[in-house]
Design a protein around this ligand. Sequence first.
Ligand code: LRH
Ligand code: MN
Length: 386
Amino acid sequence: MRWSTVVTAGLRALRIETPSWAYGNSGTRFKVFTREGVPRDPYEKIADAAQVHRFTGAAPTVALHIPWDRVDDYRDLAAHADAHGVAIGAINSNVFQDDDYMLGSVTNPDPAIRRKALGHLLDCVGVMDATGSEVLKLWFSDGTNYPGQDDIRARQDRLAEALDAVYARLGGHQRLVLEYKLFEPAFYATDVPDWGTAYAHCLRLGPKATVVVDTGHHAPGVNIEFIVAFLLREGKLGGFDLNSRFYADDDLMAGAADPFQLFRIMYEVVAGGGLDGGVAFMLDQCHNIEPKIPGQIRSVMNVQEAAAKALLVDRGALARAQRAGDVLGANGVFMDAYNTDVRPLLAAFREEQGLAPDPMAAYAASGYGERIAADRVGGRQAGWGA
Ligand code: LRH
Ligand code: MN
């Protein structure tokens, strides 16, 4: 089997970052369901994220979201993470939940509100200084709901001005990743709606600015792996917010709704050298009805499975078939990898690292879920607070 060296080397390089907010309560505008054992603060969220790394060996960092994860002492929080065998990853800004941002944050017609929003973004860089994080993730809900509501071009000027100020504030080892999204909460024009807009801003900003591809942020039918291949070729793919969807920004478990799409995306990552560093593989999900820690473990496993299949593609045979114009031959090579059951390989890969072959079963057997349900009584369960 050709999988041993290439695949295991690739899997060793694959590091998946889990989002602190996936451990808290989440839902839709119709209902946010609660459940026992949900963390009440960032310390408990990090303890839960550490369980995902404990059983998968592939999730060593946790992304924070500010102010959802605001604490008095971020250095102490980073030390807490370290004590649990993980580290704090990307810092996510939040300029989408303040009443002042109804007509926009950094793009708002009101300069005072723009200054307030920029202040928050700069504060997030301050958090990075304290936690040692290298990545600032910027997503702007900014947009309009009705034609004529505001000037599309003027909003781009305001956005560019804020991005310039944030970029200038970044320290030597720090970088920003800009996330785009087609719609929601804006329903007419979103100010960073697609990869092209994000790419253009990042190109203008400089080498420390790259694009985040959230797999739930495209119009139905968009070929996301094309975007990935293109951005990698340009050296402008900064990372992923991995999740899956059947309709819109459903934020379901990565690979759950469309494992073939995740495979095609991971193949372009592998083919474009995206596993060699510089690309952050972050999950961005909401476990509205399923238990949260097992949901994250399953998601990490889904990404590992897609990566293992992508690493399995016989690139030599594929290139030969492609050069020969052998359409069915090329597609056949690609599908052989996708149709390969990589679960035994992943089980062996985990055992090689001293981990249990089945992380889901190992977590269930650990009793951690029952323990936190019993211990975490009282207090206010964490959530989006939307
Ligand atoms: C916006 C988004 C963004 C996060 C939020 C939790 O839809 O994908 O990445 O800030 O979800
Ligand atoms: Mn996202």
